[in-house]
Ligand binder design. Structure first.
Ligand code: GLV
Ligand code: MN
Length: 195
């Protein structure tokens, strides 16, 4: 989904003082082999959140070599029952490969149709750009999924934190009307998402 590059590579200068669409390149003379490799071998720590999952990103912010190349990856680790909660990527279609676990993958279309399947290692999935999706490890052991994106920075909108955890917060009069619940319920959910 990203624009085509006009050169072989453009390793991002993440600290550049100018701001463009993407990042400026570091000088080619400063680029070395190690720029083009990134280690996703380490299992993310999953037990520090209620979600029992952890996303380790390899996008332009962590792996500057993908700047302007229109591609990136994540590693997603799950404890038993772990959830990568409903979210969407405004700038990318996602494809994922299950490495470990039994992973319930679901997404909802703009016509509000829900598609889902439980995947086992070796199986892949695709999430069309912008659609809300999740993965949950429904297996008894750990789970691991590698995902890839056709953007160097797909962006992520996590529904729960976007709606109930923005700073400053969305007004309760909006949320009570939108979700057809009272203030107490909105306040309770907000308190869980730091808003
Ligand atoms: C999974 O949905 C991911 O965004 O890595
Ligand atoms: Mn995703």
């Amino acid at each position: 989904a990203d624009p085509d590059s006009l050169q072989d590579f453009c390793v991002a200068d993440l600290n550049a003082s100018i701001s463009i669409n993407g990042f400026p390149c570091i000088p080619a003379s400063k680029v070395s082999a190690s720029d083009f490799f990134f280690d996703l071998s380490k299992e993310g720590v999953t037990n520090t959140s209620n979600l029992n999952s952890r996303v380790t990103p390899a996008n332009v912010l962590t792996f500057p070599a993908v700047n302007t190349l229109g591609i990136s990856m994540n590693r997603v680790d799950f404890g038993p029952g772990g959830l990568n909660p409903p979210h969407s990527h405004p700038r990318a279609t996602e494809m994922g490969l299950v490495i470990k676990g039994r992973i319930l993958v679901g997404f909802v279309t703009t016509s509000n149709v829900y598609y889902s399947k439980v995947l086992t290692p070796g199986e892949i999935f695709v999430i069309p750009r912008g659609l809300v999706h999740f993965q949950k490890n429904v297996g008894k052991g750990k789970g691991t999924v590698f995902t890839s994106f056709n953007s160097h920075k797909p962006g992520v909108v996590i529904l729960s934190t976007t709606i109930f955890g923005s700073q400053p917060p969305m007004p309760n009069e909006v949320l009570t009307q939108a979700f057809q619940v009272d203030d107490a319920i909105v306040n309770s959910i907000k308190s869980k998402f730091g808003s």
